[in-house]
Design a protein. Structure first.
Length: 440
């Protein structure tokens, strides 16, 4: 238990901390997990909590929910940092929990940002999780399938926490204005539409929403015993003029469309402008990086194969560095995409192939390119007539790989743009070679 200073005042805490939910009934969002009769709620209420991982974006209540579980199940709550602790500290905490379990005391070890632990650190949890000496609750903003070692992941139930909806954030903000732990004892005047604006601006992040509200109230205009929060106050506190930028609404798609089409039109100045518009409005840089990665193949493709490498490098940089530093990495990628030669041949090839694939689902795989791992399959002529290209001087064969009904179909039609002209020449050589060596 942490001891409070004699001079500690609850009102000195940030609003988000003062309003931290204490019970499931006070918790906002995650109805798919915590609604009446839902799995996680049943587990908590029946005191059958096992090790689990909460996967979700920032500000959705991962830490708060872990604390509520500890209180509800009368467990000791240990908050553990992936940044400041090594294997030695892990084992010390684990041994203390193991000793406490002998006396019937449960320990919930909450590990925030568990994806930051390396394999050796994660492996150190395993024996204690397996024996039930400790209940591990990990929190991560990254996909646990990639960031948590398989042995540990298999022993934890993964719960996906979602961004809070705008209406949930609006309700939370209104509670903050009336709750005694928030601004309930003060005379605050703020229009409903401004509360809704803050909710939209927070993009599903409760902590962000409460912090913005707190800043707006503290910087509001004083009129006697009343504090008035205006639209101008909110804009000044956030340093954002585009507060109506809704990251899930029409303007969100308008701006990403503007970026995509500016790059496609080889206009680096316009592309950088739309990039800045999104980043400065609070857009997730990883979302932009994913769209740039798509662009690299959809609009450039083999005209410049390095475009995909640049896009992926920018995505990794955004992941490692974050905002505001990663803005320059995205700028590099966006300008590169704008100036690169353009080809949509890959996109067209797949769309045409997809159309045929969906309308000709029953087309059998030719016997010559089927695998034949068993004697029966060989007797049924699976693999008969297969020609291993590496056994031939030109590394080419005239073997048929498409179904009979699609023979002669062309999906990939390369352009003369950039490097793709070389792929076009190579493809023409291959087709001419196959035509001259055809057995039919």
């Amino acid at each position: 238990m942490e001891q409070q200073s004699l001079f500690f005042n609850q009102k000195d805490l940030p609003l988000a901390e003062r309003l931290r939910p204490r019970t499931l009934d006070e918790f906002f969002g995650q109805k798919h997990l915590l609604g009446e009769g839902k799995m996680l709620r049943r587990i908590i209420e029946s005191d059958k909590v096992g090790s689990m991982i909460f996967w979700g974006p920032p500000g959705v209540g991962k830490t708060t929910l872990a604390r509520i579980i500890a209180n509800r199940t009368k467990s000791k709550f240990v908050n553990y940092s992936a940044v400041t602790s090594g294997i030695k500290e892990i084992k010390q905490v684990m041994e203390q929990a193991k000793e406490a379990s002998r006396f019937g005391e449960k320990t919930i070890l909450f590990v925030d940002e568990i994806h930051r632990f390396n394999k050796a650190q994660q492996d150190a949890f395993l024996p204690y999780v397996e024996t039930g000496s400790v209940i591990l609750i990990g929190a991560t903003t990254e996909n646990p399938s990639f960031e948590v070692v398989g042995a540990l992941l298999s022993r934890c139930k993964v719960f996906v926490l979602q961004q809070l909806k705008d209406e949930e954030l609006t309700e939370l903000l209104k509670r903050a204005l009336t709750d005694e732990r928030g601004f309930g004892g003060q005379n605050i005047e703020i229009a409903d539409e401004l509360v809704e604006t803050i909710a939209r601006f927070a993009n599903g992040d409760a902590r962000n929403a409460l912090s913005t509200l707190e800043m707006a109230v503290l910087n509001g205009e004083t009129e006697g015993d009343k504090t008035v929060v205006t639209k101008e106050t909110i804009e000044q506190c956030t340093s954002k003029k585009s507060l109506l930028y809704d990251k899930t609404g029409e303007e969100h798609y308008n701006l990403i469309s503007a970026l995509h089409k500016s790059m496609r039109n080889s206009d680096p100045d316009a592309a950088v402008y739309w990039l800045a518009r999104m980043l400065e409005a609070g857009e997730d840089p990883l979302y932009i990086a994913r769209r740039v990665t798509r662009f690299a193949s959809e609009d450039i493709g083999l005209a410049d194969p390095r475009a995909l490498e640049i896009a992926l490098a920018a995505y990794r940089a955004c992941h490692y560095v974050g905002m505001p530093e990663c803005s320059v990495h995205l700028t590099q990628a966006v300008i590169y995409m704008s100036l690169a030669p353009k080809s949509n041949a890959l996109y067209v090839a797949y769309e045409n192939a997809k159309r045929d694939a969906l309308t000709m689902l029953a087309e059998p795989v030719p016997l010559n390119i089927r695998n034949a791992p068993t004697k029966l399959m060989k007797e049924l002529d699976y693999g008969k007539g297969y020609e291993y290209a590496h056994d031939f001087e030109d590394k080419l064969t005239s073997m048929q790989c498409l179904p009979d009904s699609l023979v002669g179909k062309e999906y990939y039609r390369p352009t003369e743009e950039g490097v793709e002209s070389k792929f076009k020449a190579r493809l023409e050589y291959i087709k001419n070679w196959k035509a001259s060596h055809s057995k039919k």
